[in-house]
Design a protein around this ligand. Structure first.
Ligand code: SF4
Length: 399
C-alpha cells in the first residue's frame, strides 16, 4: 500500500481521537503543526500512527530515495577544556595520558591516506584545546584544499568556533568569513545538544549557549553556505525541551533555508557523568525520528547516524521519516564507540550500505555533502554479488 493510501486509511479509522486526527489531516494537507501539537505527539501518539505520518512526509519529499556518502573523520583531539556531563569522549586535560592530540602533520597524513580513494567528504570535529586556534585551523583547511581541492571539508561546530573566535578577539561575523575563505565548505550539526537553558546549563553549562549556536549557523547561512543540525535526546530533558529545540531550528530554517539535514543523537550512558541514567528504548528512538520528520516541515532530510544506533535500527528508521544514513566512515570516529554504542569500530563498505538500504525496499543513492547524486545503486551489481549470482544461476532440471 502506498504511504498516501495508508494515511487515508488512518484518517478513516473511527477510533482515532480528534486531536490526533486533526494533526493527521494537517499532515495530509502539508500544513505545519504547532508546538503544543508537537508535545502532544510525544506524550500520546503511538509508534504506528507516527510512522504513518512520518513515512508519508518522507515519501512526499524524497520518495524511496535513501542517501549515503563516502566520508572519513578527523578528530583532532579527545582532550577538552569543557566538561559536558554526557560526554564519554573527552579526557580532561589532567587525564592527558589517556588522550590524543594530533599535530597538523598527523591530520594531513590522515587526509593523504585517502589519496586515490573515492571519498568525497572529510568531517573534522573533536575536543576544544587552546593550541587549536584560528591560525592553526585556517592553515589546516588551506593545506587540505591545496592537496585535494574537490574534497568537501565539513568542519567544526559552534562550540569550537565560539571558543577560537573569542580567543582571537574576532566577532562571529569576522570569524566565519575567515573560515569560509580558508576552505571550509559546510558545518556539521554537532554541539547543539538541547538549546533550552534549563537543560543546557545542567549538561553543558560552560560552552556556547543555544542562542550562540543558532547565531553562528545563521551567519554561516548568510554567507551562502549550508550546515546540519542535531539534538541530543534521551537524558534529563522533557518533551517540551525537545519541541523547543525543534521549534528554534524550524524558525531559523524559515529565515535562512541553510540547513540540509536534521540528525537526532541518542544519549548513550557509558563512562560519563550521567551514566546513572537509563538509555531510552529503540521505540523511543523511532518515535523521536518520526516526530522530528513531522515537525521540521522545512528540512529536506532526516538522518539516522548508524554508528550511534546500530545498523538494524538505522534500517528501521527508514520507515519512520529517515532518508539518510550518513556514510562509510571507515572507523575514523570514536565519539560514539566511547559512549557505549553497538558499533565499536564503525566502518561500512559501499556494498554494505547499499545492501542495507536495498533490503528494506528503498533506493540507495550515493550523494555528495550537498545532496548532489553521485550514483544510483538501485540496480548496481557489485563484483562479489555477480560471483554469487553465478552460483544461483545453475540450470533448473524439470521433474
Ligand atoms: S561534548 Fe564536546 S565540548 Fe563537551 S566535553 Fe565533550 S568534546 Fe568537549
Amino acid at each position: 500500500m502506498s504511504s498516501t493510501a495508508t494515511l487515508e486509511t488512518l484518517l478513516r479509522d473511527p477510533s482515532l481521537n480528534k486531536p490526533l486526527r486533526d494533526i493527521a489531516e494537517k499532515v495530509a494537507q502539508q500544513q505545519r503543526i504547532t508546538p503544543e501539537e508537537g508535545v502532544m505527539l510525544f506524550e500520546e501518539a503511538e509508534l504506528a500512527y507516527l510512522g504513518i505520518l512520518a513515512n508519508y512526509i518522507r515519501e512526499q519529499k524524497q520518495g524511496d530515495n535513501t542517501y549515503f556518502n563516502r566520508n572519513f573523520h578527523i578528530e583532532p583531539t579527545n582532550l577538552c577544556v569543557y566538561t559536558c556531563k554526557f560526554c564519554s569522549y573527552s579526557r580532561l586535560i589532567k587525564q592527558r595520558h589517556e588522550g590524543w592530540e594530533y599535530t597538523m602533520e598527523d591530520m594531513l597524513d590522515i587526509v593523504y591516506k585517502y589519496d586515490g580513494e573515492p571519498v568525497t567528504e572529510v568531517h573534522i570535529v573533536g575536543g576544544v584545546l587552546p593550541q587549536y586556534d584560528v591560525p592553526f585551523y585556517v592553515e589546516l583547511f588551506k593545506k587540505i584544499k591545496a592537496h585535494r581541492p574537490e574534497l568537501h571539508i565539513k568542519a567544526l561546530t559552534p562550540v569550537e568556533y565560539h571558543y577560537i573566535f573569542k580567543k582571537a578577539k574576532l566577532s562571529y561575523e569576522e570569524g566565519m568569513k575567515i573560515i569560509a575563505e580558508s576552505g571550509v565548505d559546510s558545518l556539521p550539526g554537532g554541539g547543539a545538544e538541547i538549546f533550552h537553558p534549563e537543560i543546557r546549563e545542567k549538561i553543558a553549562g560552560d560552552k556556547c549557549t543555544g542562542e550562540q549556536w543558532l547565531r553562528l549557523h545563521e551567519i554561516w547561512h548568510q554567507l551562502g553556505r549550508r550546515s546540519n543540525a542535531t539534538m541530543l535526546y534521551g537524558h534529563i530533558e522533557n518533551y517540551s525541551h525537545r519541541i523547543h529545540h525543534l521549534e528554534e531550528l524550524r524558525k531559523l530554517q524559515d529565515k535562512t533555508g541553510g540547513f540540509q539535514t536534521f540528525i537526532p543523537l541518542k544519549f548513550r550512558n557509558k563512562d560519563n557523568e550521567m551514566s546513572h541514567l537509563e538509555e531510552v528504548s529503540t521505540i523511543e528512538d523511532l518515535r523521536n525520528y518520526a516526530i522530528s520528520r513531522i515537525y521540521l516541515d522545512n528540512f529536506g532530510h532526516i538522518k539516522a547516524y548508524w554508528p550511534m544506533i546500530s545498523r538494524s535500527v538505522a534500517q528501521m528508521a527508514l520507515s519512520f521519516g529517515v532518508d539518510d544514513i550518513d556514510g562509510t566512515i571507515d572507523d575514523t570516529t570514536k565519539i560514539y564507540s566511547m559512549a557505549g554504542s553497538e558499533e565499536q569500530n564503525p566502518a561500512m563498505s559501499t556494498r554494505d550500505l547499499v545492501n542495507l538500504i536495498r533490503s528494506v525496499g528503498r533506493r540507495p543513492l550515493e550523494r555528495d555533502t550537498l545532496y548532489n547524486v553521485i550514483q544510483d545503486y538501485t540496480d548496481f551489481a557489485f563484483e562479489e554479488d555477480k560471483q554469487f549470482r553465478g552460483y544461483l544461476d545453475l540450470p533448473v532440471v524439470n521433474q
